[in-house]
Ligand binder design. Structure first.
Ligand SMILES: [Mn+2]
Length: 243
């Protein structure tokens, strides 16, 4: 049976990515959906990007674009070193690309440029790095950057009264558009949780790999999941984004 597995924010943690892949053992027929934020944080962003590009040749992969990927793309394309980006893990990415060839960077730039902002599957499940704001759904989103910056979708899912009827006119319209919504972006470690978090029909698989959490892969049908060791223990001489 083929599986559909989503992988949370990696943030340059190549060692954690290798562990998670070894533990979930993806087969040729499995579909892998990466939720974005491949770079920024731990020291191996360029290696993560190389690895994912290779993985695409042997496995069915979808790579959603995250806010950190958009920052990194901007740097590669325009040489723009956004101050916020450098502070939030960008410096580690710049360092990891020292010694890379122009050809390698161009390959990664091309990789970033073709990443979709979201994916909707045949079972009406949405996969997006952060969220969206239009009540009519992502197709009608006015602000592209919401796909990788929005936190309101997740906060709405967390804060909505569980007793509110789905048919109520007050039920959040965005949530009713999809059977399930899968996101990353907001670390579950913010809520002292180190496993995938579920709120109404939204599942958050960013378990804080950039900070003190593990990297997680989740089978969205069985809800079985695989995790790396806590990433900060794999990089004992680094801070990641714990600054
Ligand atoms: Mn992230």
């Amino acid at each position: 049976m083929s599986r559909k597995i989503i992988i949370g924010d990696i943030h340059g943690a190549f060692k954690a990515l290798q562990q998670v892949i070894a533990r979930m053992k993806p087969g040729k027929t499995d579909e892998l959906i990466f939720m974005g934020d491949y770079v920024d944080g731990w020291s191996q962003s360029a290696q993560v990007m190389d690895y994912l590009l290779q993985l695409e040749n042997s496995h069915h992969c979808i790579f959603i674009k995250g806010n950190h990927d958009a920052w990194c793309e901007d740097w590669m394309k325009n040489g723009k070193t956004d101050e916020e980006w450098v502070k939030h893990g960008g410096q580690a990415t710049i360092n990891s690309y020292r010694g890379c060839t122009r050809e390698q960077i161009d390959n990664h730039l091309w990789f970033f440029s073709r990443m979709p902002f979201y994916e909707i599957d045949h079972a009406n499940r949405l996969f997006v790095h952060a969220g969206f704001s239009s009540m009519h759904g992502p197709v009608h989103e006015h602000f592209e950057s919401n796909f990788f910056w929005d936190r309101t979708l997740w906060e709405v899912a967390l804060a909505t009264d569980r007793k509110l009827d789905r048919d109520s006119r007050f039920f959040p319209k965005r949530l009713n558009l999809f059977r399930e919504i899968y996101i990353g972006h907001t670390p579950t470690t913010n809520y002292d949780v180190r496993i995938p978090m579920n709120a109404l029909n939204v599942w958050n698989v960013d378990t804080g790999a950039a900070f003190k959490g593990p990297l997680t892969a989740l089978d969205i049908v069985s809800k079985e999941f695989w995790q790396s060791d806590p990433v900060w223990k794999l990089y004992p001489d680094e801070d990641g984004r714990n600054k």
